[in-house]
Design a protein around this ligand. Sequence first.
Ligand code: PLP
Length: 413
Amino acid sequence: MKLIIYLDNNATTKLCKQSKDKIIEWLCCCSNPSSDSKLTIKTKDMIEKTKNYILKHNGISNNYTVIITSGASESNSMIIKSISESYKRHKNKLPHIIISAIEHKSILQCCNILSSDGLITLTIVEPNAYGYISYKDIEHSITDNTALISIMYANNEIGSINDVKKIGELAHKYSIPFHTDAVQAYGKFKINIQDSNIDILSMSFHKMYGPMGLGLLIINNQLISGYQIKGQISGTQQMELRGGTENVPAIAGIIPAIKDNFTNRLSKNTKMLKQKKKIIAGIEKTIHRGDYKNYFGNSFPLDNEFIVMGNPDLDNNMLPNTLLLSFVKNRKKPFCNVNLKKVLNNKNIIISIGSACSTKDPDASHVLVAIKAPLIIKQGIIRISLSDNTTDKDIDFFIKELVKNVIIQFNDV
Ligand code: PLP
């Protein structure tokens, strides 16, 4: 089989060996953790140890509760629905929720449905051109019935890392719970949940070399008791906060995944950042690098150039592995990112595109829409996300094939 160069790691990552081995060991376990038999002791113990390990890893203790879910989409939608219902029940007021326009669809869709059903009022804060949410904009949106502020830690497309600590501080100033979707940040940085002013955190293991279909919702206990939060899936498991028999084999893979992920974490981040810079420098050798700012001003950008989207300072407040590029041909004949994705795919290089060149807009990524990227930029967008296992050889081959095929398109008049 030909080697695949997989550069779409923000979509999912390859299960690490340590986690895989542990999952296999538990795959045939025949003990329901909710049963009361001799067989279940080991299983219950493993789940308990795993939850305690997570608490310790994130610098918290029994003042927070770890709820195991099927992934971050479930965690996100559970907390939004649960807080909305509890707020209404206790305060007898319509809850107001503040989110950003670049949240994952599981948050945006959930809030939009609740809002259109008249169950919440919603404020969606817009990001700046680099994908950052201003805490001042959040503050301006706060009302006396704001029940929750939910802002993502890091964006999966543009790579921006929000100032979560400051946003949490702001939320607490107004006694509002703060939730963050930390899916893309959880495996890159050891998050101290309490120190970061986070009350509720969602994460997903398949984004950090752990099992698919498994995530967490970590909640401050004061919030659970104060709001008397109820789960969305009924059942007696996990203190009735999330019913359903636990996915025991996958849970067994959590500790090995976290341990493996956080071995030499800083040097893995440094390596990916270096590779990201290498890709930019490699393209720059042949193709002119334009300035994104020019696409909003009066000066007419050059034809046949590429743009590095997001914060120009790659060393600060950016995910080390995430790179959003746009290739711009000219206004008469736009660049076709779909075509580029296809030719790279034929060379066994897997990348992602945020929106298709052939569509006028309906399919455009909501993140590109939120940062108000011009159409010509959207048509040439490609998304690259590196993994801990991406090699320099992969990067060299990718640059060679990428530049070759971009030039072919540029020259095709
Ligand atoms: N939040 C973010 C930022 C994501 O990138 C994703 C997945 O792409 C999710 C939530 C959803 O995670 P899951 O696949 O575990 O439902």
